[in-house]
Design a protein around this ligand. Structure first.
Ligand SMILES: Cc1cc2nc3c(=O)[nH]c(=O)nc-3n(C[C@H](O)[C@H](O)[C@H](O)COP(=O)(O)OP(=O)(O)OC[C@H]3O[C@@H](n4cnc5c(N)ncnc54)[C@H](O)[C@@H]3O)c2cc1C
Length: 308
């Protein structure tokens, strides 16, 4: 490749719903775009993505295939499967380095790198994650409706999630997995609503072919159930934005303004990477919105420099 072929208006890091919708909008705006993705999104543990109008129930992989098909109509958008490991430069002239020892040049950067789950510390949870243990009732509550569920929640989130999940099933218990005791008024409220709370640490999750059968506590209690909701701890999807100087919150969320601009000029972020909403359609929508602000910036800069 010569340098011209490696020169892009926008390099998008991450090819999930946010990065792909941004690529679509920028392609339609005739921008020369490279999407670099290493195909390790959080949701690939699951078989179906729900709640995305016209795509309800497709697998995360299928979703990306449909997106690639749409974007194919815009030949200024290219894709590569690789990992971005480093970036430097400044607004108008960024250098993007990858694990495969490639270098690309970009005028603007969009980080759509999502988030990552921290390792799951409960024995047996990884076997059921995405099959019968989920993280979000809006994503998978319908599939688990009226089933006997165990909600594995920190004491802080327990009451909130108890109220929420009651819209999908009345048959559930809370496990705080050894987390600090709930305040007494919350315990009373839960008890008034007939919600049993177990505070002992979890020993393991028993399952068969990905389907949870029971949660076993360290005190020997066995809670039978057919589904679980739990709260994974999340971290930033990539360290590269921090390396470039982007401000990031303690929970790994890249700080952006309403246009998706980060604290570094010329660098944008969208989707789960820059929000805590965690819905595919929301990520796609933020990708679209941010692509518009990137394109506006490019067009206005070109106008100002007389290169329109
Ligand atoms: C188990 C589970 C089930 C879910 N179910 C649903 C559901 O049913 N409905 C719903 O609306 N939402 C669901 N979600 C949430 C949804 O998956 C996310 O909100 C959405 O995927 C976020 O899109 P994104 O583009 O921001 O990030 P992602 O989809 O996470 O994509 C980020 C991409 O960036 C890549 N990447 C990261 N760093 C680099 C790097 N340095 N170089 C190259 N590539 C990189 C990653 O590999 C990944 O492919 C679910 C999530 C989970 C965990």
């Amino acid at each position: 490749m010569n340098e011209n072929q490696d020169q892009f208006d926008v390099v998008i890091v991450g090819g999930g719903p946010a990065g792909l919708n941004a690529a679509l909008v920028l392609g339609r705006a005739r921008k020369h775009v490279l999407v670099i993705d290493n195909q390790k999104p959080r949701n690939w543990v699951t078989r179906e993505t729900h709640g995305f109008l016209t795509r309800d129930g497709v697998s995360p992989q299928q979703f990306r295939e449909y997106a690639a098909e749409d974007i194919k109509a815009y030949p200024s958008v290219q894709f590569t499967s690789d990992t971005v490991i480093k970036m430097n430069g400044k607004d108008g002239a960024f250098i993007v380095k990858t694990a495969e020892d490639k270098a690309y040049y970009a005028r603007k950067i969009l980080f759509a790198v999502g988030k990552r789950d921290q390792p799951l510390h409960i024995d047996g949870l990884s076997e059921v994650y995405g099959k019968s243990a989920f993280v979000c009732p809006y994503c998978d509550g319908w599939e688990l409706q009226d089933q006997k569920l165990v909600m594995i929640m920190s004491a802080e989130k327990a009451l909130y999630m108890a109220k929420l999940i009651a819209g999908w099933t009345k048959n559930y218990v809370l496990c705080t997995n050894g987390d600090v005791t709930l305040p007494e008024e919350q315990m009373l409220e839960l008890s008034r609503h007939g919600v049993q709370v177990y505070e002992a640490p979890i020993h393991s999750i028993l399952s068969q072919e990905g389907m949870v059968r029971a949660v076993e506590l360290e005190d020997g209690t066995l809670i039978s159930c057919t589904g679980i909701f739990f709260q994974p701890k999340l971290q930033a999807g990539s360290e590269v934005p921090m390396g470039l100087g982007c401000e990031v919150t303690d929970s790994g969320t890249i700080v952006v303004d309403a246009q998706g601009k980060t604290s570094v000029p010329g660098v944008f972020s969208a989707g789960d990477a820059a929000s805590e909403l965690y819905q595919a359609i929301t990520a796609a929508s933020l990708g679209s919105l941010t692509a518009v602000s990137i394109n506006n910036e490019l067009n206005f800069e070109a106008w100002d420099s007389g290169t329109k």
